[in-house]
Design a protein around this ligand. Structure first.
Ligand code: NAD
Length: 258
């Protein structure tokens, strides 16, 4: 099986109704997979269902990844749909890193961020582990370059993504050899065009936004989707426990002031 052949595979993509997750879900469908879109946003899911050319390849299951009963029900429904789960992409997240000084960051906001971005990954893997083992499957988690570098006042988001990188390593040890587990750390990915209509805004990217990247441009959801499709495929059979930074080279750029 190569990266463009995910036929007969059933893959869950959390947060798959918008942004990066939507691009991942549609890329996997293009490779032949049946994809469960597990998203909390019903409006976004309904819009996506209207848009797709292959509706039979997608199953929309309303899910809150921070809620264990919701996750358990989603995995059960995925199994009822196709009888197996071969892949899991833990993409759902509160994508806004925020900007609240730690002295005034309230515990509820911290817990909400950790609950979705980190505990959500744990819960999805916990409930999908048995079918993934049975299928000899693969997990791809979505962290962030903010697991590796920071701007001020982003403690909750940064910690959640650092946690996802460490969780990935541990899971790769625990679930191998049956299941491979990797993580992608995206840099700046422009998701505006992949949002539900109500959240789309006029384009705001400036030349300097693109030019500061060693790769010459801001990232696109498709950049992450390509890496996810590869990591889920048998072509990546010798790769597990790894963090793939997909950021146009930004974390390799020396930034000391002259
Ligand atoms: P987005 O907001 O466009 O999409 C996130 C999706 O997740 C939405 O459809 C939302 O409804 C869903 N979601 C949120 N909370 C959920 C929950 N509790 N249960 C189920 N679904 C839920 O965000 P995005 O920019 O596409 O980000 C996707 C992932 O990539 C996130 O984990 C984010 O942290 C990460 N990331 C994004 C960027 C970027 O620049 N866009 C960079 C690094 C990492």
């Amino acid at each position: 099986m190569n990266v463009d052949d995910l036929r007969d595979k059933t893959i869950i993509v959390t947060g798959g109704a918008q942004g990066i997750g939507k691009a991942v879900a549609l890329r996997l469908v293009r490779a032949g997979a049946a994809v469960v879109v597990a998203d909390i946003d019903g409006e976004a899911s309904a819009e996506m269902a209207e848009e797709v050319a292959e509706p039979g390849a997608l199953c929309f299951l309303p899910t809150d990844v921070s809620d264990e009963a919701s996750v358990a029900g989603m995995v059960e429904a995925a199994l009822a749909w196709r009888g197996a789960v071969h892949g899991l992409v833990n993409n759902a997240g509160i994508a806004n890193p925020g900007s609240t000084p730690v002295e005034s960051l309230d515990l509820a906001a911290w817990n909400r961020m950790i609950g979705t971005n980190l505990t959500g990954v744990f819960l999805c893997v916990k409930h999908a582990a048995a079918p993934l083992r049975a299928a000899g499957g693969a997990v791809v988690n979505i962290a962030s370059t903010r697991a590796l570098q920071a701007t001020p006042h982003t403690e909750a988001y940064s910690a959640s993504k650092g946690g996802v990188v460490s969780l990935t390593q541990a899971l790769a040890m625990s679930l191998g050899p049956a299941v491979r587990v990797n993580v992608i750390s995206p840099g700046w990915i422009a998701v505006n065009d992949w949002k539900k209509r109500a959240l789309r805004t006029p384009p705001t990217l400036r030349a300097v936004d693109h030019e500061q990247h060693p790769a010459g441009r801001v990232g696109r959801p498709e950049d992450i989707a390509e890496m996810a499709a590869f990591l889920l495929s048998d072509a990546a059979g010798f790769i597990t426990g790894q963090n793939f930074v997909v950021d146009g080279g930004m974390t390799r750029k020396m930034i000391y002031l002259d």
